[in-house]
Ligand binder design. Structure first.
Ligand code: SFD
Ligand code: AMP
Length: 639
């Protein structure tokens, strides 16, 4: 590829991604790097100001523990997360984030993020752990701090990271390409921190055709973290734990404010309340069916049972909730004033982060104070920072371990994966759910500090990448362009060609396969060992055809690699669901051949590993060590 120049960048710490975790990492790394004379470089496929899941803004900070005010303890948060994930969580990781997250939230406020306050000056809570914000510029505020800390010269925007650079069992950086210029990038680093988010569009979305990009999770996070860590040979965890949020139907507006702040009910088309009418079903999922709050997947499941019985649509009773709060606020005048206030808050909740939902409301004449709105389970996503759990298996901190857990959960550097020099945070690190935007930022800070400590202590040699390897990776990276160029004149319709497959077609094939065989929307989130085995056969054919991806330009080249990333995320998912012979998260997926919880055999982590040279997968069971279950132990405060 003569037209493409190669640019080599040498650095100490390489941060991949520019989202919440990466911005946290940038701020923290810059501080420690300065003390040690080290260089920190950040690479984002997009522009940091508006990249990642928070691009459009958010309406709440979903993790705030309130340690200083004595509102909650770290143990409270760990208990909440363990229960919500049906017992499967790394308590050391969750606790480590929980003890640091408040300081991150205070930084956000200092940097200018408006957090709602009541008349006494206290934060307005959406629920026990969530704070209401005016969040349309959330990402811009967080990005500004990161950019100021690192300096413009150390930030590469619109550079798409394809994969890892390895030196034996050590990660020594990353390679990728500019999506705007003809430049191939080789980033050589002593430590690399992966924070490239989760994945969407692995499964067929409900929206199709021209609306396909409309999903809950942002279409630009496409499994780069999973691909990168898998290809580096890192052990992965919880690849079966997808997330399916219930959202306002078709435009994916958030429901948290409605359920928690406005205390709204959700009812079926006949006025029945599934959370009440189907309460007995929760006994089948004990002990987790009996915890408060009821785990997100079980809440989903009860609603899905109504839909499967033909009792849909399901409605969020916005009018009832608003009228009820207004009526309880005093006399008629006060109620009228309150009604106006609530109406504004309802619209703002969408305008903060899901503008299209407000547009859909406007387009369909919805007045939330007058009329209910439909809600529905979305399609499956991979977002370990929310109520899913997929990501890399990383070391926990030294001080939050029991004698037992230390051997399994600690290997020297917090948030380092099982590969030397490779750190992960946010959606890229697994088994530490419910970190959300704030916890991901805090985890980015933890991981960056740890990575700098690794560089200072271990003194890794300056990485060197052989010239022939660079040429090989470059040729592989640009191959879809070359394939398209070579064969484009074989047909008159560029989408149909016997010699290549374009990224969009490839994506649709992946999505159909996952939808039908791995429990997507059209199969009611239900799968089985037989269906999953067939999915693996079809994935193998897809992998063969990935060699024939064709791309007309740099933008389509990015699309090609995004879909290769998705394909690996898909395979890790299918293999993990198949390996776990039970149904633990109904409402996320249901294994028809193993329809029950099996605490005896499967209260454990399912981990997997890809051998990057042979392409072989290894499936592993890892133990769950409870650190916080006994009261009084590890009462961690501050930090
Ligand atoms: O409640 C490459 N989340 C919410 N969190 C909250 O705290 N409050 C809310 O109100 C939230 N809601 C919400 C949330 C997410 C979504 C999708 C919606 C609504 C619609 C969760 C948080 O957003 C989430 O936990 C964090 O953002 C996770 O942080 P991180 O850093 O793991 O991921 P990221 O921010 O998406 O950033 C990813 C970055 O990677 C880049 N990237 N760069 C280079 N090369 C590649 N190949 C790359 N691929 C990706 C991206 O550009 C980005 O910079 S609620 O409604 O659910
Ligand atoms: P969501 O808008 O659904 O992402 O929710 C925002 C936050 O509220 C997340 O922390 C959810 O886990 C939580 N949440 C949403 N709905 C409920 C509910 N019905 N009960 C308890 N927590 C909820």
């Amino acid at each position: 590829m003569q037209n493409f120049q190669t640019k080599e960048v040498e650095t100490d710490l390489l941060i991949l991604g520019g989202g919440m975790a990466a911005c946290g990492a940038a701020v923290e790394a810059a501080y420690w790097a300065k003390q040690h004379g080290l260089k920190v470089t950040l690479v984002d496929k997009a522009a940091v100001d508006r990249s990642g899941a928070v691009a459009m803004g958010l309406s709440a900070i979903n993790q705030y523990v309130g340690l200083k005010d004595g509102q909650n303890t770290v143990k409270d948060y760990v208990d909440y997360v363990r229960n919500d994930l049906m017992g499967v969580t790394r308590e050391d990781l969750v606790a480590n984030i929980a003890r640091h997250v408040d300081s991150t939230v205070h930084l956000f406020e200092k940097w200018g993020l408006p957090i709602w306050k009541d008349e006494k000056g206290n934060y307005v809570h959406e629920g026990r752990w969530q704070l209401m914000i005016n969040g349309e510029s959330y990402k811009v505020v967080v990005a500004e701090a990161a950019k100021n800390a690192l300096g413009k010269e150390n930030i590469y925007e619109r550079v798409f990271i394809v994969g890892p650079l390895m030196d034996g069992d050590k990660c020594i950086g990353a390679y990728g390409f500019s999506v705007r210029e003809n430049t191939f990038y080789v980033f050589k680093a002593k430590a690399t921190l992966v924070a490239m988010g989760g994945a969407v569009h692995v499964f067929k979305p409900r929206s199709s055709g021209e609306g396909q990009g409309r999903a809950w999770y942002p279409p630009w996070n496409a499994g780069a973290s999973a691909y990168f860590t898998l290809k580096a040979g890192a052990e992965m965890t919880c690849q079966e734990v997808r997330f399916i949020p219930v959202r306002f139907k078709d435009a994916y507006g958030p429901v948290g404010a409605w359920f928690l702040l406005f205390k709204s009910r959700a009812t079926n088309a006949f006025g029945g309340e599934y959370m009440v009418e189907r309460k007995a079903e929760l006994d089948n999922w004990a002990p987790y069916g009996h915890v408060k709050p009821i785990p997100a997947n079980l809440r989903n499941y009860l609603g899905m049972l109504d839909v499967m019985e033909g009792k849909g649509p399901i409605y969020m009773r916005t009018e009832e909730a608003i009228q009820k709060i207004a009526a309880s606020s005093g006399d008629e005048k006060a109620a009228k004033k309150k009604l106006k206030e609530l109406e504004a808050e309802a619209w703002e909740d969408f305008l903060d982060m899901t503008i299209s939902q407000a547009i859909l409301w406007a387009a369909t004449n919805v007045e939330p104070e007058v009329k209910s709105s439909e809600i529905a389970a979305a399609e499956p996503y991979f977002i370990g920072s929310h109520s899913g759990a997929s990501g890399a298996w990383v070391s926990g901190p030294a001080d939050i371990q029991t004698g037992e857990s230390k051997g399994d959960y600690f290997w020297g550097y917090e948030n380092m994966s099982t590969v030397k020099g490779l750190f992960c945070a946010g959606d890229a690190s697994g088994a530490s759910s419910h970190k959300f935007s704030s916890g991901s930022h805090a985890e980015g800070r933890i991981a960056a500090k740890s990575a700098i400590r690794y560089i200072v202590n271990e003194k890794p040699a300056a990485p060197s990448v052989p010239a022939d390897l660079i040429e090989k990776l470059k040729a592989e990276t640009y191959k879809p362009l070359a394939t398209f160029e070579q064969y484009k004149n074989a047909t008159t319709q560029p989408d149909v060609n016997p010699n290549y497959i374009r990224p969009k077609m490839f994506m649709m094939r992946l999505q159909k396969l996952m939808d039908e065989y791995a429990g997507g929307v059209t199969s009611n989130f239900t799968t089985s060992d037989k269906l999953l085995s067939r999915a693996l056969e079809l994935l193998a054919f897809l992998k063969e055809d990935a060699e024939k991806l064709g791309a007309a330009d740099l933008h389509e080249l990015m699309r090609a690699w995004e879909n290769v990333h998705r394909m690996y995320q898909a395979e890790a998912h299918v293999r993990s669901i198949l390996f776990r012979e039970e149904t633990r998260w109904p409402g996320y997926y249901f294994r028809a051949d193993k329809p029950k919880l099996d605490e005896k055999n499967w209260l454990c982590f399912v981990n997997c590993k890809l051998d990057p040279t042979t392409g072989e997968w290894q499936m592993l069971k890892r133990p769950i060590h409870s650190i916080f279950k006994k009261p009084g132990e590890h009462e961690l405060l501050g930090g």
